[in-house]
Design a protein around this ligand. Structure first.
Ligand code: C5P
Length: 230
């Protein structure tokens, strides 16, 4: 999943024009969506791309359910919510998507933002280690009927063991061998992330900022295919 972290739609469209829908999916996050709105998401789906709408909804159950419906109406492939919105919110989102005709988007939870450690949780009144909170929220997402969680590739092994084989693990923090880490503190290569149990890798700058993005994407796909033994 290539993260389209561009400051405006023109640059995002230029970049996407060089890609084939069969070679990747695309992630639209809060910055690009807030600038360009649903029109850009519609355009991407019309180009044949599967889109992960990464807006991390977190609100009262009814509002999140209606927002998920709106995302489904845009034709996105995956949408996400904050697990800390609670099981009522997640169940409402899931039920709203179940009412959608046709293929419903995958519904994924964010557990603890990877920018937050145990100190940050304490500040919020949560006397718990970050990893324990990740596991707790992932389990809550699963019992609420969600399809999976976003997690660090370093957490993927533990979560795969805890959540079983059918729970989707979506992991940012992936860097091809030799690529700059940018601001990602703990990274795995694409192959190692897949071997740790990740189902979908979210990769931005190593592809979007590459001199040759198509070649960078092809190298990532080759690493993934080697890891899954294709
Ligand atoms: O450029 P890079 O590969 O670091 O981009 C990773 C993408 O994944 C960005 O869109 C970033 O916002 C997102 N992300 C992340 N870490 C998280 C959740 C999302 O890097 N824990």
């Amino acid at each position: 999943i290539v993260a389209l972290d561009f400051p405006d739609g023109a640059r995002a469209r230029d970049f996407v024009a060089g890609l084939q829908p069969g070679s990747c999916r695309l992630k639209v996050g809060k910055e690009l969506f807030t600038r360009e709105g649903p029109a850009l998401v519609r355009w991407l789906t019309e180009q044949g791309f599967e889109v992960f709408l990464d807006l991390k909804f977190h609100d009262i159950p009814n509002t999140v359910a209606r927002a998920c419906e709106a995302a489904a109406a845009l034709g996105v492939w995956m949408v996400n919510v904050h697990a800390s919105g609670g099981s009522k919110m997640m169940v409402a989102a899931r039920e709203a998507l179940d009412q959608v005709g046709g293929r419903r988007p995958l519904l994924i939870a964010v557990t603890v933002l990877t920018s937050m450690g145990s100190e940050d949780l304490r500040e919020l009144g949560l006397e718990v280690e970050a990893q324990e909170q990740v596991s707790r929220l992932a389990a809550l997402a699963k019992t609420s009927g969600l399809d999976g969680v976003v997690c660090s590739p370093r957490e993927a092994g533990v979560l795969r063991a805890q959540m079983g084989p059918n729970f989707r693990l979506v992991t940012p923090g992936v860097r091809p061998k030799g690529a700059s880490r940018d601001d990602q503190a703990r990274v795995l290569t694409p192959g190692d992330a897949v071997r740790s149990g990740s189902d979908y890798l979210v990769i931005g700058r190593p592809i979007t900022q590459a001199a040759d993005p198509v070649a960078a994407l092809a190298a990532v796909n080759a690493d993934i295919e080697a890891a899954i033994g294709r």
